[in-house]
Design a protein around this ligand. Structure first.
Ligand code: NDP
Length: 288
């Protein structure tokens, strides 16, 4: 069997086009563009690339992008003061502080400082709690993008056995919550899981968010499974995922490639979340 390749680039382009239309409608109604503020602390090259591409995508979707760059040695209090200013700025609908932050700054304190209504990354405990309890709120972009790909691929997820490998607050936990909400039967695996391959062997859906290059092997998979590879690992031969693509593609029914799978969806969902925030913050109806 050779798996169908799930085209995250095409799905993301489609979502971005829809966001672009809705952003134009928002501007016509609200008399201003929806705005996303992105804060980068320090010079981490990967973070700088992410921030640049988020800014470009924001502008391309017809929204305003506000980039704030702070030195790596900025005091935590100064970063919090910037977050306070952005919280109060009516031109800013969404605030994203690019992680990771330098060691001397407490990420949880910074995340909690962003008002939940502008927390388009969905990392604030209020939004995490809203997801966990089934209330409307902002859902982290990467797992929401994964869910969109899964729904496009499989339709109704009711009763599907899903294994999420990884339990981070950014990917694994919200992914499991979204799959549970979609009525899948969900197993969350992590570094202390016994017999991971045995769990994966029963799964109709496997989401790998581990951070180890080519960790999930094709031999582990149930034939016909759908595999979502969240991993981004830089190796000498280029970017690879957390799934051993070649062996997995010979067993799975469908699989996301790296690059070109989950990655592009993450930014598209960020734009979508920002636009949703704009409609809510400006109290403009979303229907046209
Ligand atoms: P974290 O490092 O925060 O979490 C990794 C998870 O994997 C942990 O829960 C850890 O378990 C688990 N794990 C580690 N080793 C094993 C093992 N041997 N067996 C089973 N589970 C294991 O990573 P993130 O969730 O932030 O990211 C995961 C991956 O996704 C990374 O490659 C990252 O680069 C990528 N990523 C991609 C994005 C995109 O846009 N495509 C966005 C965000 C992340 P434990 O909790 O026990 O330590």
């Amino acid at each position: 069997m050779t798996a169908r390749i799930i085209d995250g680039k095409a799905a993301a382009a489609d979502l971005r086009a829809r966001v672009g239309d809705a952003a134009a409608a928002f501007e016509a109604k609200a008399g201003r563009k929806a705005g996303l503020a992105v804060v980068l602390v320090g010079e981490d090259p990967a973070s700088a690339v992410y921030v640049r591409s988020k800014g470009k995508a924001t502008v391309a979707a017809g929204m305003a992008s506000f980039e704030h760059r702070l030195d790596a040695d900025v005091a935590e209090a100064d970063l919090l003061a910037l977050v306070d200013r952005l919280n109060a700025d009516p031109a800013v609908d969404g605030i994203l502080v690019q992680l990771p932050l330098p060691k001397h700054i407490r990420e949880s304190v910074v995340i909690e400082r962003i008002v939940p209504e502008k927390d388009v990354d969905g990392f604030h405990p209020v939004n995490a709690g809203r997801l966990a309890t089934g209330l409307e709120g902002f859902v982290p972009c990467t797992p929401l993008g994964c869910l969109m790909l899964l729904k496009t691929e499989l339709g109704d997820l009711t009763g599907k056995d899903a294994v999420v490998i990884g339990r981070s607050n950014i990917v694994g936990k919200p992914m499991a919550a979204l799959l549970t909400r979609a009525s899948a039967t969900v197993t969350i695996a992590h570094s202390r899981t016994k017999d991971l391959a045995g769990h994966v062997a029963r799964a109709d859906i496997v989401v790998a968010a581990v951070g180890i290059a080519q960790f999930v092997k094709g031999e582990w998979l149930k034939p016909g499974a759908t595999v979502i590879d969240v991993g981004i690992n830089r190796t000498d031969t280029g970017l690879v995922g957390d799934v051993d693509f070649d062996s997995a593609a010979s067993v799975a029914a469908a699989i996301t490639p790296v690059p070109g799978g989950v990655g592009p969806m993450t930014i598209a969902v960020l734009l979508r979340n920002t636009l949703v925030a704009a409609y809510r913050n400006a109290d403009v109806a979303f229907d046209e």
